[in-house]
Design a protein around this ligand. Structure first.
Ligand code: FRU
Length: 497
């Protein structure tokens, strides 16, 4: 694999020389250059958080998949690590696809990934040959591949994205499968030594007949419950508020124990309501918190940065998950993010006049907004934050909309380019108390509603020139209870170039 890694690093360095930073994230994980998609191998190993990701180091489009790698001691300052895995075996000839990581009893980091081959050697016209593979590392940086550990039965072409965890003495692995009837399923395997794996059962079949494949399934406990989080691929046309993207992720809450089926007690809910949130993966931090990162990107959209900027794709900020009493998954940025705050603008409490607009931050590239509004004293039809607001009045509009009772993220007037438009919205059930936390980077917006009951995650590419942030009222007044804006510091231990 050394030669393949060397070539990948060289190609990535060449691409880095062309990178344009106008939209390049300052506090989100992205590759120095090239394409990224799913977070992989999320883990804590030898005192550091390990984040790997699907990576095409030589281009800004999806291509032969490698695993890129970053690590951090504190979830705030990140170190770039060398590319961890490159195609080099017959099993992973056409790509080292998504997977997960655990620490084995021998103290090495074991990563499980899908080795991918195109049957015709070129594209998916005749389907895939996919095998769950194992690689291990003593130092968490350089890996030795051990080859395939779970082979697909004959005729099963979509068989990918292993997620491994331990319950008692037994290791479990789930991954996504497309059945012969074109239904999306999750299969469960078990093992005592992480090397030899036995089929346990079909853990789950999506009840929606339009779902033909499940990608990146993850099953984990939260309190008394188990959450099945996954990325369904569907032929259905979008309807309603959720699942409007080419790629969407959602979850069910239910029960599971070794030797049992997963029994859902809720119906499917979106894990996020924004434009770009896919392939989320979770892991358990050493202190027991359940943390999540997702890919903020899409296969279906031309992403503006792909064209001329030398990079494409970023991960969400790390988020901590919990379950509400109503069994809704709550997700908030990890508490550590507060350590990135540099300069706080406390706007206090005030009333914004009818149709008023007030600039909250100039040169607003990377920042966080904490906004609390008393809706009982607000007459404005929308409580709107103009994010990525540039000279010609372009912006991404993040607003509570009184008519629909929803929080809206509208990119109608953002500058991103083809496909990079439209609005998304999430429910608001805070009654008269509107609480919003919004994280804005150079090319993205993450909105957390209430205590994290809902979130909206979207790429958003502002037009040229300085960007500002403003609060704007529409045909009425806004009663702001509290409003703080914090600039956020960059996350990299050392500059890229
Ligand atoms: C999800 C996915 C996975 C696959 C990987 C390939 O985004 O399609 O199913 O392993 O990306 O990059």
């Amino acid at each position: 694999m050394q030669d393949a890694l060397h070539r990948a690093a060289q190609a990535n360095t060449d691409l880095l020389a062309t990178r344009d930073d106008r939209w390049y994230p300052t506090f989100h994980v992205a590759a120095p250059a090239g394409w990224i998609n799913d977070p992989n191998g999320l883990s804590h190993f030898q005192g550091r958080y390990q984040v790997f990701f699907q990576h095409h180091p030589a281009g800004t489009d999806w291509g032969p998949m490698h695993w890129g790698h970053v690590s951090s001691e504190d979830l705030v300052t990140w170190r770039r690590e060398p590319i961890a895995l490159a195609p080099s075996l017959e099993e992973d000839r056409d790509g080292v696809f998504s997977g997960s990581a655990v620490t084995g009893d021998d103290g090495t980091l074991k990563v499980f990934y899908t080795g991918h081959r195109w049957i015709n050697g070129v594209d998916d016209a005749e389907g895939n040959l996919q095998v769950q593979c194992l690689a291990q590392s003593v130092d968490g940086v350089s890996f030795t591949k051990l080859g395939g550990v779970v082979e697909p039965p004959a005729g099963v072409l979509d068989f990918r994205d292993p997620k491994v965890w331990r319950a008692g003495e037994t290791w479990y692995m789930i991954f996504g499968v497309q059945s012969a009837e074109r239904r999306g399923r999750v299969w469960l395997y078990r093992s005592l030594d992480l090397l030899s794996w036995e089929f346990d059962r079909v853990l789950f079949e999506d009840p929606d007949p339009d779902v033909f494949m499940i990608e990146c399934p993850d099953l984990f406990p939260l309190g008394e419950h188990w959450v099945l989080l996954y990325s369904p691929m569907t032929t259905a046309r979008p309807s309603g508020h959720g699942g409007r993207n080419g790629h969407n992720a959602g979850y069910l809450v239910g029960s599971w124990a070794p030797g049992e089926d997963f029994t859902p007690t809720t119906s499917y809910r979106p894990a996020d309501w924004g434009h770009t949130f896919y392939a989320p993966q979770t892991f358990e931090a050493p202190d027991g918190r359940r943390l999540l990162l997702a890919w903020m990107g899409a296969f279906t959209l031309p992403v503006a940065s792909q064209r001329a900027d030398g990079w494409s794709g970023q991960l969400t900020v790390p988020r901590e998950l919990s379950l509400g009493e109503d069994l809704r998954l709550r997700s908030l940025p990890v508490a550590e993010i507060a350590a990135l705050r540099r300069e706080t603008h406390d706007h206090g409490s005030f009333d914004l006049a009818a149709d008023g607009s007030t600039v909250l931050l100039e040169d607003a590239e990377a920042f966080e907004v904490e906004l609390e509004v008393d809706l009982s004293r607000t007459t404005s039809e929308q409580v709107g934050l103009q994010v990525h607001r540039t000279g010609e009045g372009l912006c991404t509009w993040v607003a509570y909309d009184d008519q629909s009772g929803r929080v809206v993220l509208d990119r109608r007037s953002s500058a991103g380019g083809p496909g990079d438009r439209g609005y998304r919205s999430a429910p608001h059930d805070g009654g008269d108390h509107l609480l919003l936390r919004v994280l804005v980077d150079r090319g993205s917006v993450e909105v957390f509603v209430g205590e994290g009951e809902e979130n909206l995650t979207s790429l958003s590419f502002p037009a040229e020139g300085p960007r500002s942030l403003a609060l704007t009222a529409v045909a009425g007044t806004i009663a702001v209870q509290s409003l703080r804006v914090h600039r956020l510091a960059p996350i990299w231990e050392s500059p890229d170039r």
